[in-house]
Ligand binder design. Structure first.
Ligand SMILES: Cc1ncc(COP(=O)(O)O)c(C=O)c1O
Length: 447
């Protein structure tokens, strides 16, 4: 088999090292730098660095490239749009691609209710606006979020996020009226129950107990949930838990926000992850793969909720920029024409199968394998019994994989989770090669 990777230099190569020095002299040291290479170009599931080394990309720029790098439809539609017009501000002179995208998302977001959409620049902005809309609609101010949640880094989104280092440390005071309850995490059950035969939702009690001691459900504007926690370590919420959230929201008049920024656009084998549970949320937030990495965040929700805000109450200069909308329309066309959901489902089986094989080979190191479809993860631990997270070992695995041509990123409260966010269009031989590299990376890191 002809390998997809081409490692021609030591990693990082000389040009990447040179750019890293320039970066140090020019760019804030506060920005993360998990991989020491610099990108030059990318196509499909392969990324080439400035030294001519080609890597298999299991990161997709943190889940933004589900249709593949440089998808021809995205490239062509963005180019054509750029030639016509790059910006007018939708709030000043509107344009068709924005409306067309809203129409399409209103159709795609689950549930039969009439929908409306609004666009912003990022996932965090989508979350901020979803909360503003919920508050305006309900006239309440509380928001309930979960442990392991990640909703972004702006003030309110950061407050909703549930990891101190690096996201919240030194950045207080946080936004008021945000409450938090434990999230289902069968491998590390917050109710300290044995979930080895499947989560039975013991932690649901912790939520309803909060109604008594911590927050008034009748003052909650919204409950925000990632159907599969993303940065938190790819931990799926069980279907029955999401259905229970729907029931509670109906009972108390709370807006249910599904944050699908990372889970959306086929990542779990369906267009939106919440579809697996058969739940209709009131609002869905989107970003990332929606526009194949161009800055775009979306809020799509029930008409009466989305229209409750006074006119002019929502908006931003660039939100729903024509280039980003054009990219997103191309993404949706590619999903349809290339049957990407079908591909995602098959990919999910292969990815989870490969992870289980690795777990059988390294039972002490790979404590848990979980996920839905190709949104899958393995938890790296010191040993099977203690389940102690092993962040240092995880870092060695990432470094070894990089040296052999595989890009990986981590996740989880303890930064010890290997997650897969490869483009859904990855070829079978690229996937096999990626997992073969991962196998060697684990072997070398544990020997
Ligand atoms: C579920 C979820 N919500 C919100 C965000 C924030 O998106 P952005 O980085 O575009 O602000 C992310 C980013 O990883 C995410 O995974």
């Amino acid at each position: 088999m002809l390998g997809s990777t081409r490692i021609k230099t030591e990693i990082p190569g000389p040009r990447s090292r040179e750019l890293m020095e320039r970066r140090k002299g020019a760019v804030s040291a506060a920005l993360a730098a998990p991989l020491p290479i610099f990108a030059s170009e990318a196509k499909g599931a392969l990324l080439t660095d400035v030294d001519g080394n080609t890597f298999i990309d299991f990161t997709g720029g943190i889940g933004c490239i589900n249709v593949g790098h440089a998808d021809p439809r995205v490239v062509e539609r963005v180019r054509a749009q750029a030639e016509r017009m790059t910006h007018t501000c939708f709030g000043v002179v509107p344009y068709e691609p924005y409306v067309e995208l809203a129409e399409k998302l209103n159709e795609l977001v689950p549930g039969s209710s009439e929908k409306r959409s609004a666009f912003f620049n990022s996932g965090a902005e989508a979350v901020e606006n979803a909360v503003k809309i919920s508050r305006s609609y309900t006239g309440r101010n509380g928001v309930l979020a979960f442990e392991n949640a990640f909703h972004g880094r702006t003030l309110l989104a950061m407050t909703l996020t549930s990891k101190i280092d690096p996201y919240k440390k030194n950045f207080g005071p946080f936004a008021p009226e945000v409450y938090r309850v434990p999230a289902p995490y069968p491998y590390r059950c917050p109710a300290q129950k044995d979930c080895s035969n499947g989560c039975r939702g013991n932690c649901l009690d912790l939520l309803t107990r909060g109604f008594v001691g911590t927050f008034d459900p009748e003052n909650l504007a919204a409950i925000i949930v990632e159907p599969v926690s993303g940065e938190g370590g790819f931990i799926p919420f069980p279907d029955f838990y999401l259905r229970k959230l729907r029931e509670l929201c109906d009972e108390y008049g709370i807006v249910l926000i599904a944050d699908e920024v990372q889970t959306g656009f086929g990542r779990t084998g369906k267009m939106f992850a919440i579809e697996h549970a058969g739940v209709e949320p009131d609002i869905v937030t989107t970003a990332k793969s929606m526009a194949s990495g161009l800055p775009l965040g979306g809020v799509t929700g029930k008409k009466e909720i989305m229209d409750a805000v006074h006119q002019g109450g929502l908006g931003t200069t660039y939100g729903g920029n024509p280039l980003a909308c054009a990219a997103s329309l191309a993404v949706l066309e590619t999903f349809e024409k290339e049957d990407l959901l079908g591909r995602a489902e098959r990919l999910g089986e292969r990815v989870q199968g490969a992870m289980r094989d690795l777990q059988a080979k390294y039972p002490d190191t790979l404590g848990d394998v979980r996920g839905i479809g190709p949104m899958a993860a393995m938890e790296v631990v010191t040993d099977r019994e203690s389940r102690e997270p092993d962040k240092a070992l995880m870092a060695r695995i990432v470094e070894n994989a990089l040296g052999e041509g595989l890009l990986l990123i981590t996740a989880g409260q303890f930064s010890n989770v290997i997650r897969t966010l490869m483009p859904l269009v990855i070829e079978d031989d690229e996937l096999d090669e990626g997992f073969a590299i991962l196998d060697r990376a684990i072997a070398a890191a544990t020997s």
